[in-house]
Design a protein around this ligand. Structure first.
Ligand code: HEC
Ligand code: HEC
Length: 395
């Protein structure tokens, strides 16, 4: 099945190379259902290649420093392993953790609060956010891409017409939809009939996941496939606790990949006031949705640390300990979350199981991302706009 699925995918991709506008069909790997595709944006080889280029291009930010890939780092599970909350243009910190983009094409809503229903439109949020890529307007982005020589002819080849904001979103969505990753050891064990793909402890861990740990109530596992999400929003208590917490004395700020400094909280809040986060409530205005966040997929969890919407849990051991204690009690905590009474062996088995969810093609997808033609960052227009980010190198 492994070989067959990837061969079929490779054959289709190859066939698609042959002529412009050839549809690409992503054959679902073992453990994943067919990929939903919108009729208005069929996948083609040209769009995927163009989207990959845009995804990797730092010139999509106002001062040519931030690409999508600098927060969704291909080699770090398409997230940022070193940052709890993401850091954007000018060293400005975001309130949330960058989620993985593996299998993002299966999501029914986007962002931790699900505020965006369409992947085609999602990209405008980071592109235009003052703290992320800092572009002034959709028209500005479109014009800038139109003037970049590397894109000459590519929109015409992919869409039969010039650069438009809609096509930028469609190309980025097309590329991200190809980040499908399954056929993990767990998939081979559960869906591929390979009884030896998981060892005894990992199998016990799945037993805890589906039984005493009640994880499957939200992280769903089906008979034919598993997305490990119910596409819904739940309050585990993390958001509530953060809202109740007094401001911290100091914050960790990244200067360069792997280089951090502790910055005095009072100093930081002088120019960046703490940002409130009430989760799903910000979308629905319903009191019960306060501090509820989207159930994330657990596929590739071993690669996507740190965890939760604010990146506050550093390891899978911490996550399992958190659930074992029943999350954090508050008036809106999900009734599906309560102390579990797991012993040390059950907790260790659960962690071992979560580490079996790594797809078999993650390295290939990371390499493919870097195969986008390198684009040289052009000098920042306005040196005054460059603060810490001038130290942030392409990861
Ligand atoms: C400064 C860091 C940063 C940059 C740059 C960035 N992102 Fe993100 N991305 C995030 C964070 C943080 C979130 C979660 C935000 C939230 O929930 O409010 C996110 C969420 C997403 C999601 C939703 C995933 C899900 O499961 O809900 C997608 C898709 C995405 N980003 C794609 C992109 C694309 C495409 C680009 C480039 C145009 C991009 N991002 C640029 C940090 C970043
Ligand atoms: C009530 C529904 C629910 C149950 C039950 C549940 N989870 Fe979650 N899980 C969530 C939600 C919602 C989040 C995201 C929370 C956030 O972003 O703050 C999450 C996040 C996670 C994450 C972090 C993923 C990431 O990329 O950040 C892991 C790992 C995880 N859960 C594992 C488990 C395990 C193991 C169990 C069983 C012990 C479990 N969950 C039970 C809803 C649930």
């Amino acid at each position: 099945m492994t070989g067959r699925a990837s061969l079929a995918l490779a054959a289709l991709l190859l066939a698609a190379c042959a002529r412009a506008d050839t549809p690409v069909a992503v054959a679902p790997p073992l453990g994943l259902p067919p990929l939903p595709l919108p009729a208005t944006n069929p996948l083609t080889r040209e769009k995927v290649d163009l989207g990959r280029r845009l995804f990797m291009d730092r010139r999509l930010s106002h001062n040519n420093t931030m690409s999508c890939a600098m927060c969704h780092v291909p080699e770090q599970g398409f997230t940022s392993n070193e940052l709890g909350a993401a850091i954007g243009i000018g060293g400005r910190s975001l309130r949330r953790n960058a989620p993985t983009l593996y299998n993002v094409g299966y999501q029914r809503s986007f962002f931790h609060d699900g505020r965006e229903p369409h992947l085609e439109e999602q990209a405008w949020s980071p592109l235009l956010a003052r703290v992320e890529m800092g572009m002034p307007s959709m028209g500005y982005v479109t014009e800038k891409v139109r003037q970049l020589p590397e894109y000459r002819g590519l929109f015409e080849a992919a869409f039969g017409g010039p650069v438009t904001s809609e096509r930028i979103g469609q190309a980025l969505a097309s590329y991200q939809r190809t980040l499908v990753s399954g056929n993990s050891r767990f998939d081979r064990w559960r869906y591929g009939g390979d009884a030896a793909a998981l060892d005894a402890r990992e199998q016990r861990g799945f037993g805890v996941f589906a039984g005493k740990g009640r994880c499957v109530a939200c992280h769903r596992v089906g008979e034919q496939s598993a997305l490990f999400t119910d596409h819904r929003f739940h309050n585990t208590g993390i958001g509530w606790e953060r809202a109740m917490q007094p401001a911290r004395a100091s914050y960790r700020v990244q200067l360069a990949p792997g280089t951090f400094v502790e910055v005095d909280g009072a100093l930081l809040s002088a120019f960046e006031p703490p940002q409130a986060d009430t989760g799903r409530y910000e979308v629905t205005g319903t009191l019960e949705d306060r501090w509820a966040y989207k159930t994330p997929t657990l596929r590739n969890a071993a690669l996507t640390a740190p965890y939760m919407h604010d990146g506050s849990l550093a390891t899978l051991e911490e996550v399992v300990g958190f659930y074992d204690r029943g999350g954090i009690a508050n008036e809106n905590r999900s009734p599906l979350i309560a102390p579990l009474g797991l012993d040390a062996e059950e907790r260790a088995a659960l962690v071992a199981f979560l580490k079996t969810l790594t797809g078999d093609n993650v390295e290939t997808l990371a390499r493919d991302a870097r195969s986008a033609p390198a684009t040289l960052p052009v000098p920042a227009r306005d040196a005054a706009d460059v603060h810490l980010e001038s130290l942030l190198e392409r990861p």
